[in-house]
Every structure is written in C-alpha cells, then in structure tokens.
Design a protein around this ligand. Structure first.
Ligand code: PLP
Length: 332
C-alpha cells in the first residue's frame, strides 16, 4: 500500500528505533528524564523561546498552549478551517471553557481581517478576545505557508492590543524548509506554540509546546491535570531528537514529491507549497475506493475533495506509482 492519507502514518525507521532503544530515561513527572529535558531544551532553542514541554499529541499541545493565554469565558479567534476548531473535538470548550470564534479565510492569514474581529476586554457586553491562533503550515489550506509579513503584522498589532498569539506549528518544519525562514523567526512571532514530531518528521509520538519559562511551568500543571504526565518517555523523546537531527532537511524531498504529484494530476504546482496536494472537483468516495483497490490510500476531506500528503515512508518510485494510478482514475 502507498499511504498518502497523512504524514502521521510514518513509522519509525530502524535507526530511529535504535536511538529509542538506547535512550537514557528517568521519571519525567519528577523532571528526571534526561532525554526529554534535552529535547525540550533543543526545541525551545530552535523556536527562540525560553522553555518547552513534551506532550503526547499536537492536540494537547495546542489546547495547553491556548489555555496558557486564555481564561475560561474568554475567546480565541482563529480561521474557520483551523485544526484547533476542526479536528480537536471542541476541546477548548469541552475541557477549558474557552470560547472560539472563527473567520472564514481559506487558510491564508489575513492579519487585518483577523484583527478587525478582535473584541476588547473590559466591555460589559462583549466576550473578550484573549488570543488569536495561527496555523503554519495550514493543513486544510493545502499545506500553505503563512506569509511572513502577515505574521509580523499580526504580531506587532497584538503587542499593542494586548492580545496573545498562539501558533499551531504542527508542520512549522515544512514551512521553514519551504520558505528558507528559520524556525526562531516564526517562533518569536508567537507567545505560545505547539510543534509536532509525529508528522513529517517521522517520530511515532509527541509534540512540544514552547513559551516563556513561567508559562511552561503552568503548562506542566495542565499536562498533569489532563493525564499527560508521562514517566520514562525518553524513549519517545529520543525518536524526536533523532527526527530533528535527520528528518528536517529531507522534508524538501517530500515537497518535491508533492510537486511531482501536482504536475501529473493537473493541479497547479504553484498552489502546492509544501507536502500536501489537494484534488478538487472529484467524486471523492469513488476515487478513494478505486485507488485503494489499486494499492493507493488517499484522504477524503470533502465530498468532492481529496488530499494527498507526501512523507518519508513514500519514496520517488512510490510517488510515481501513485501518480500513475490516480492519473488514470481521474482521466475516467
Ligand atoms: C496533526 C495536526 C495537529 C495535531 O494532531 P494530533 O493528532 O493531536 O497530534 C495540530 N495541528 C495541525 C495543523 C495538524 O495538522
């Protein structure tokens, strides 16, 4: 099977498994797992933040990140297709009593449009906007990279308005590799950020939240409350460390593969910025079923929309084969 449903399907490589097997571990709830501590320090440094916390999933990372900057009864503003409101099971409301409000954008950040929706604190009638959440790259936006000037505009404005910025950086690595803009530049334009090790980087489990040291101390409490305090999880952090050393630069290969798929499938390659290819106006269930029968798995993200995600478990030959199968199906 050539599995293009998501970059979460990647399996740890033999070398990554060796690194996991050899990891030095301790009880991380006591703060004694050296591999986790090293990973946290490294990711904080990469993103230009003071401190970091290893968490089991990107969802927990986002939800804790947002809770650090919003109180129950306040709202977080984000775009209507954001992962934090689409794929996290209403967690902000269900778990934290945080309200969310959305702006339709198609994924591309329009700082001015977002800022125009912010509601001030201290008004007796309005739900106060405590934070805005930005996703980079944008999943449902087809892996698009947020423009740096928009991120900067949003950040500058947020400082004046006293509103926080949370970055859902599940695929910030892809954004950085595609744009050539370093991770810290992106990281410094957010108060809190969550980044995933288990997507294109290929680790089996894990995300990291970054913020100020004070906020990360609070994040540690929230993680424990949510049942995310893990013990000898250095075996997992070792996979993340391995991924950061060996699987970041190679994301360029996934981006090339996405370009190749786009060209073969009649999708404008200019609209494919990273590792996600969206096929629109296709009968999604029919195509997905027929592709599966021929050894290619794809995601249906709407009745007439299919998503293909390239990643380190599909090599060039696999991409060519998937392109052959899908091109033939689409031609019918
Ligand atoms: C995958 C993803 C997450 C986190 O997902 P988990 O499955 O909870 O790890 C967060 N944001 C975006 C944009 C994602 O694509």
């Amino acid at each position: 099977m050539i599995d293009l449903r998501s970059d979460t399907v990647t399996r740890p490589t033999p070398a990554m498994r060796r690194a996991m097997a050899e990891a030095e571990v301790g009880d991380d709830v006591y703060g004694e797992d050296p591999t986790i501590r090293a990973l946290e320090e490294r990711v904080a440094g990469l993103l230009g933040h003071e401190a970091a916390l290893f968490v089991p999933s990107g969802t927990m990372g986002n939800q804790i990140g947002m809770r650090l900057v919003a109180e129950p009864g306040q709202e977080v503003l984000c775009d209507a297709d954001a992962h934090v409101v689409t794929y996290e099971m209403g967690a902000a409301a269900a778990v934290f009593g945080i309200s969310t409000r959305t702006v339709v954008s198609g994924g591309r950040l329009d700082a001015e449009a977002l800022v125009a929706q912010v509601r001030p604190r201290g008004d007796w009638h309005l739900t106060a906007t405590a934070a805005v959440a930005v996703e980079n790259t944008h999943n449902r936006g087809g892996g698009l990279v947020q423009p740096l000037d928009q991120l900067q505009r949003l950040w500058n404005w947020s400082r004046e308005a006293g509103v926080a910025v949370h970055l859902d950086g599940a695929r910030i690595w892809n954004a950085s590799v595609a744009s050539g803009i370093d991770l810290a530049t992106y990281g410094r334009l957010a108060d809190t950020a969550s980044v995933c090790l288990s997507k294109g980087l290929g680790a089996p489990v894990g995300s990291v939240v970054v913020a100020s040291a004070e906020r990360i101390a609070a994040a540690r409490l929230w993680r424990k409350r949510l049942g995310g305090g893990m013990r000898q999880a250095g075996v997992l952090a070792a996979a993340g460390q391995y991924a950061l050393e060996h699987h970041v630069e190679r994301l360029a290969e996934d981006h090339e593969h996405a370009q190749a798929l786009a060209k073969r499938l009649g999708v404008d390659p200019a609209g494919v910025e990273t590792n996600i290819v969206v096929l629109d106006d296709v009968p999604a269930p029919v195509v997905a079923e027929a592709a599966k029968a021929r050894g290619v798995l794809v995601s249906q993200v709407g009745p007439r929309r299919i998503r293909l995600v390239t990643h380190l478990d599909v090599d060039r030959a696999g991409i060519e084969r998937a392109a052959d199968v899908l091109a033939e199906l689409l031609a019918r």
